[in-house]
Design a binder for this molecule. Structure first.
Ligand SMILES: C[S@@+](CC[C@H](N)C(=O)[O-])C[C@H]1O[C@@H](n2cnc3c(N)ncnc32)[C@H](O)[C@@H]1O
Length: 221
């Protein structure tokens, strides 16, 4: 079966974005090392949640790698998803994978949200270059506001913002999840203490996956 991910415009856009994300990594690590200079030798000085470092990451990609994007697309295709909600757009890399899968499924809608307006603008432009913008509603602002009152049924929820907010965002989206919906939580092992409440998602209407808090794990960065 041909995949929208193989379309030249999509492939080229993703290749460029993933390369830019990789190229940014050393500088991001340097920023963190400057803010938390003793943390490699003294664990007590490490940040304990992604919100501790959020101000250092306003222009950071921190995107899913290619293989995780492809896994997300596979999950959407396998489940025939039509309505997907994403918390944490960043520059739109994961969103492109989600939207490409919906195109393969015959259409649908990704509702994605990003608090940094410049990132949301860049993501919108990338989606347009891919020819996928008709499938995506990019909502600029705090997910705790932008995802309120969604029309369901939502087939898949991707949690990929700051993990301290996974549970509150899940609770906001939960009324719109269809029974058996898939809930995927990324980066749950980066700050295990702050994202521990995410393990409670397995008790919701959806089916939960997450790197360190659930036995049925998927995670990336
Ligand atoms: C890990 S990045 C998302 C990466 C993206 N999903 C990808 O794979 O390309 C997390 C993003 O969540 C955004 N974010 C953090 N808190 C948010 C909030 N309260 N509402 C909306 N977006 C938020 C950050 O600005 C950041 O861009």
């Amino acid at each position: 079966m041909t995949s929208t991910l193989d379309a030249p415009a999509v492939h080229d856009e993703l290749t460029g974005l993933l390369a830019a994300a990789d190229a940014q990594e050393p500088e991001l690590h340097a920023r963190l090392a400057t803010r938390f200079p003793g943390s490699s030798s003294d664990p007590g000085t490490r940040p304990t949640s992604d919100e501790d470092v959020a101000d250092l990451l306003t222009d950071a990609y921190i995107a899913v790698p290619r293989e995780v994007g492809e896994l997300l697309a596979l999950l959407l295709r396998a489940t025939g998803a039509r309505t997907v909600v994403e918390f944490g757009t960043s520059f739109g890399i994961s969103t492109i994978y989600l939207a490409a899968a919906l195109r393969d499924n015959g259409g649908g809608r990704v509702i994605t949200t990003e608090i940094e307006p410049a990132k949301a603008d860049a993501a919108t432009a990338s989606l347009r270059r891919c020819g996928l913008d008709d499938l995506v509603d990019v909502r600029v602002g705090d997910a705790r506001e932008t995802l309120r009152g969604l029309d369901g049924p939502v087939d898949v929820l991707l949690l990929d913002g700051w993990s301290t907010l996974y549970l509150p965002v899940l609770e906001i989206v939960e009324p719109a999840l269809r029974p058996g919906a898939l809930v995927v939580a990324d980066d749950t092992s980066l700050f295990p203490e702050s994202s521990r409440p995410t393990s409670r998602v397995s008790g919701t209407r959806g089916r939960a996956t997450g790197r360190s808090t659930s036995p049925s794990a998927t995670d990336s960065k």
